[in-house]
Structures are given as C-alpha cells and as structure tokens.
Design a protein around this ligand. Structure first.
Ligand code: UDP
Ligand code: MN
Length: 362
C-alpha cells in the first residue's frame, strides 16, 4: 500500500498521541515509591486519610473505640473489614507473615505459656520467639522457632535494641512478605491481622501501627547530620505491635541490618520502637499508617466495645492486681481463671479448641 508523506505523519501523530495517553495512564501504577506524607493505599478500597504531621492526626474525627489515645482512632476507618470483595487478588496467606514475639527468660512461664496455649498454637510455623536465655522446655515446644538472641536480659535500651536487631535479620532471612513485631503480653487475632495486611501490598512501603503519643517525637539528628538539628517523626508503640512490609524492610537495611540497628539506636539514643520509626519516617521518609486496631496496655482497654474486640488485630493486658486493665469480654472463664481474658478471646475465635468450654456457640 502506498503511504503518502502526509498520511504517514498523520498516523505518526495519532500514534504518538495514543502512546502519550498510555504513558499518562501508566504513571500512577509505575510509581512505587511514596514520597513523605504519602501513605500506601489499601488495595481494595482507597482511603483518603493522610497522617502527615501531627495536625492531621489530631484533626481527625474519632469514630473508633473510646480509649485513652482515641485521637488516632478512626484514622483507618473500617475499610479493611469490608474488603472481602477483593477475591480477584492473590490472597495473603498466614504463612506469608513473620511474627516476632519479644520476650525475656523470666517471662517464659508467666507470659509465653499463655501465648502458646492460645494464638501461637494457630501460627506455629511463622511465629518466632526472641528471648535471652536457653530454656529446654521452650525449645522442646517451639524448636527452631525459638531464637536465643544472646542479648542481655536487662530491660535497657541496648538490650531491647539488640533483640530488635536480631528480629530484623531473621525476618530478612525468612523471605516472608510481612514483618510483625509483638510483645509477650499481646494476643494476636490472626484472622484480623491477615485481613488487614491483605489490604496492602508487601511490595509497597507500609509501616502499620499505633502511636502511643498524640504528637510526633522529636530527636536530635545524629545520623544524617551532627545533631545540631532535630527531626520530628511518628513511631508505632512496640507494646501494641506493628507491621512492616518486606519492600520497606529491605530499604531499612543500611540502618537496620547486621548490627546497624544498634548503632542507629545508639546515635539517636532512643528505644527500639522509636528507632524503627526514626529509620522509616525520618530517614526513608515513609509515613506511619496509624491504625486503631493494635492495642497496648498503655490505653484503657476496659473501654473497648465488647462486640468489637474480635475485630481488633492485637490485644494486651496490664495490672492484674490493683489496677486491672484488660479487654471487657465476659463469660466462658472467670477473671480468676483467665485474668488476661486471652483464653476467653481464644475460645470465641476457635470454639473447637479442646480446652474450651463446650456448648458455647458464637
Ligand atoms: N522485656 C525484655 N527484657 C526485659 C523486660 C522486658 O525483653 O528485661 C520484654 C518483655 O518480654 C515484653 C516487652 O519487653 O515483650 C515489654 O515488657 P513489659 O510488658 O514488661 O513492659 P512495658 O510493656 O510496660 O514496657
Ligand atoms: Mn507490656
């Protein structure tokens, strides 16, 4: 076919127009690196909240649970509890999540045993216990999933950062998609965790957790500069648990891997969870996605609506004796039998468990 020069240039013009349109359409999907203040969007349904800076978080309407640090509730909305419509995407499996439990020798019996009896029994393969002393009994129960960090058993910044550093390295080694850290006084509601994480992509930069403060923390910048300037950043409180996508965790490597975490923490002189926040928010300029689904005993757990408890991602307990702070879930076990309420929660989630009272249906 003969092509006149005019026809060819017209076709070229139209083709380049189409190409431009295609490129424009593709730009948002190709952008994998969120800049500061930009939050990863849950996959199934967009969410418009941004947690950049203090003002935004404080200005949010509180629609969630009325607890002490209620300012952050409602940030996430309840989007991820209505995400079952996203069946077309490859589902995130529980085995894709690396769960690190921080503990110490003296809590193996009083705290860890309860976790093994409850939620850990449902996530044996992917739950790793980071402790500081050999324990034959624990080793028998959990084998290679117990990691003796050889870190000091003291409750000092150095000792806790030492454990976090080992947690990080083990996660990287594991090839799993998500890193979640919890304390040994947390109950992890596995179906909720899976649901929450499956609403994001592990290849995105995702840092999910609950701040314990209503403002960002300020620290002298001693990593990027000489400490004469300060940086402000949010961090997720370790006592409520937090999760990091593999994509983001890999980027943390220069400041977190192979002992670098301890160096970083020493430079800014802050605890382990703050150091995580510092690396992610201040150094990598990725924002914490504030969520109200993680809970520590720093908040008033009694005020959680009972019918919302099983939808949370983590729970905790504190102060059994004089100032009891546990989730208000009744029935099944008395407070004496189940002071933390973890057994009750577990039996509501998994009523078929052999030690759960029979004839309870929920
Ligand atoms: N922990 C530790 N070494 C210690 C004391 C505590 O690794 O010497 C761990 C403990 O197992 C838990 C976390 O640090 O996972 C927080 O400890 P705790 O709940 O006692 O303190 P809080 O929540 O009040 O900070
Ligand atoms: Mn605690």
């Amino acid at each position: 076919m003969h092509l006149s020069p005019v026809g060819t240039s017209r076709r070229c013009f139209l083709a380049s127009l189409a190409l431009c349109a295609l490129v424009l359409l593709l730009i948002p999907t190709l952008q994998t690196q969120p800049r500061q203040g930009k939050l990863p969007q849950p996959l199934p349904r967009g969410r418009s909240s941004s947690c950049e800076g203090a003002n935004n978080a404080i200005g949010l309407s509180v629609t969630g649970l009325p607890t002490v640090d209620a300012k952050f509730q409602g940030v996430q909305g309840d989007a991820h509890f209505s995400v079952s419509g996203s069946r077309s995407r490859e589902a995130l499996e529980l085995k894709d999540i690396f769960i690190a439990v921080k503990t110490t020798r003296k809590y193996h019996k009083s705290r860890l045993q309860l976790l093994f009896q409850t939620w850990v029994s449902k996530a044996k393969e992917q739950t790793f216990i980071f402790t500081d002393g050999e324990d034959k009994e624990l080793r028998q129960k959990a084998g290679g999933n117990v990691i003796n960090t050889n870190c000091s058993a003291a409750h000092t910044r150095q000792a806790l950062c030492c454990k976090m550093s080992v947690e990080y390295d083990k996660f990287i080694e594991s090839q799993k998609k998500w890193f979640c850290h919890v304390d040994d006084d947390n109950y992890v509601i596995l179906p909720s965790l899976q649901r929450l994480l499956s609403s994001y992509s592990h290849t995105q930069d995702v840092y999910l957790g609950r701040p314990s403060l209503d403002h960002p923390i300020e620290a002298a910048e001693r990593v990027k500069s000489d400490g004469s300037t300060s940086v402000k950043f949010w961090f997720a409180t370790g006592g409520a648990g937090f999760c990091i996508s593999r994509g983001l965790a890999l980027k943390m490597s220069p400041w977190a891997s192979l002992g670098n975490f301890i160096t970083t923490a020493e430079k800014i002189r802050l605890p382990d969870d703050c150091t995580i926040g510092y690396i992610i928010e201040a150094l990598l300029e990725v924002s914490l996605t504030h969520t109200h689904l993680f809970h520590s005993h720093l908040e008033n757990l009694q005020r959680m609506p009972a019918d919302d408890i099983l939808n949370q991602v983590t729970l905790s307990y504190g102060g059994f004796e004089n100032r009891r702070n546990v989730v208000p879930i009744a029935g099944m076990f008395s407070l004496a039998e189940d002071p933390s309420r973890f057994k009750t929660v577990h039996c509501l989630l998994y009523p078929e468990t052999d030690w759960c009272p029979r004839n309870i249906h929920h």
